[in-house]
Design a protein. Structure first.
Length: 413
């Protein structure tokens, strides 16, 4: 008895063997490691976007501790710097010191009661930018910080109060500071009230909750980081910037501080000081639960192309995105939106309990889902604009010091 030969279309074979069926990426960019189906694997969001292989440059990296996630991110940034990319890292755990040293910079350690100040509303106006556009940009940044402080969206009276406060303290060529904003919210002028056909008492009442939350950043337990002009000599427009926020990692205010730090960086990027910036938000799961932070990051992700920024979020597990809020909540939807707005997904091994969620959230095929459950250390599934690759990240000689945060030869810190 002869068994008839099995026939299948190329589409069916591609579904069964997605890694073998994927077309190779355009060459050029940073060498990541070895494509386990043959050859080397290179990736550069800017080169891929220029070649039409990507429609956005954003990336999300998923990986449990010890699988190689941290090693990939740190060496990827180190190699990107060699191509002239500007590197900015928001480092909640203080683990990027060796990378900063290798790039010739000192991490900017922001801590309550510290000596360094960072004004999130700082940053020169872009070349040729009208005063109205500068005011709009600062209002957007200040509103994002205010929303983060409250942990919710601003109500219309609160948004108006922020706008009036900024207008009232505006001075040509001088960036406003958060203490000035707080004072203007707590003691609004009669002129501000008149502009909205209100009175001082009503305007003060409308902004009181907001003013008291922002006051924590400038007079309360969080003072000493964002409560004045940027410290002299503290440059955020250099080739590499690492903002060390480890002093507040376990604080519920971490999300607010990440927004402040990101706002300061964003204002300088928008001013046109340098293009092609890679902005890393490490431990993103720890800050996304704050609605204001989630909205701010969503805005950064969606405007990545216009700003010349490739955003990178680093997360432990896929479920971390679902856990930031209740099912169907605004925060959860925003976190899921970051995945949709990231055309490069890097997924290291996930536990069995995560596989079903990973398949749904990341659009994995059955074969890819099985692979993610049994990937070895240092090996990740890369999804780049719908193409799939199985990549073994390789460390170059001398790069182990960048990932050896515990002074041991570990693949992942």
């Amino acid at each position: 008895m002869r068994i008839p030969a099995h026939e299948a279309t190329t589409a069916q074979l591609g579904a069964a063997y997605p890694l073998a069926a994927s077309r190779p990426l355009p060459s050029g960019g940073v060498l990541v490691g070895r494509d386990l189906l043959g050859g080397v694997f290179v990736h550069d969001p800017f080169e891929l976007y220029a070649a039409g292989a990507l429609t956005n440059p954003n990336m999300i990296v998923f990986g449990q501790i010890g699988r190689g996630k941290s090693a990939l991110v740190k060496t990827y940034l180190y190699r990107q710097a060699a191509f002239g990319r500007r590197i900015v890292v928001l480092d909640p755990k203080g683990e990027y010191g060796p990378l900063a040293s290798a790039l010739g910079v000192v991490p900017i350690a922001l801590r309550p009661g510290g000596v360094l100040r960072l004004n999130p509303l700082d940053g020169p106006a872009a070349s040729g930018e009208a005063a109205e556009e500068t005011a709009r940009r600062r209002l957007e940044l200040c509103s994002a910080i205010a929303s983060s402080a409250l942990g919710r969206e601003l109500r219309p009276p609160e948004h108006t109060a922020v706008e009036l406060a900024l207008d009232g303290i505006a001075r040509p060529g001088v960036a406003p500071t958060l203490p000035e904003v707080v004072d203007a919210l707590l003691s609004p002028s009669s002129e501000s009230a008149r502009r909205i056909c209100s009175d001082v008492a009503t305007l003060r009442s409308d902004a009181r909750d907001l003013a008291l939350e922002l006051r924590r950043l400038v007079h309360g337990e969080l003072r000493g980081m964002f409560d004045g002009p940027t410290s002299p000599g503290l440059a955020l427009d250099g080739p590499a910037v690492v903002l060390d926020l480890s002093a507040v990692y376990h604080s519920p205010a971490l999300g607010v501080l990440v927004t402040c730090a990101a706002a300061a960086v964003q204002s300088l990027v928008e001013s046109g000081t340098r293009s092609r910036t890679i902005l890393v938000v490490d431990e993103a799961w720890a800050v996304l639960a704050n609605l204001g932070v989630a909205r701010f990051l969503q805005s950064s992700w969606k405007l990545a192309r216009a700003r010349g920024i490739a955003n990178v979020a680093v997360v432990h597990r896929v479920s971390d995105l679902a856990a930031v809020g209740g099912a169907g909540s605004a925060v959860t939807r925003l976190a899921e939106g970051l995945v949709a707005d990231s055309e490069t997904i890097v997924c290291y091994a996930q536990p069995a309990s995560e596989l079903e969620l990973a398949a749904t959230a990341l659009g994995l095929s059955e074969e890819e889902t099985r692979l993610v459950g049994r990937l070895g250390r240092g090996v990740a599934l890369w999804k780049v604009a719908g193409r799939s690759f199985l990549v073994e990240h390789r460390l170059a000689r001398g790069e182990r010091e960048l990932v050896d945060t515990d002074r041991r030869l570990l693949v992942d810190g």
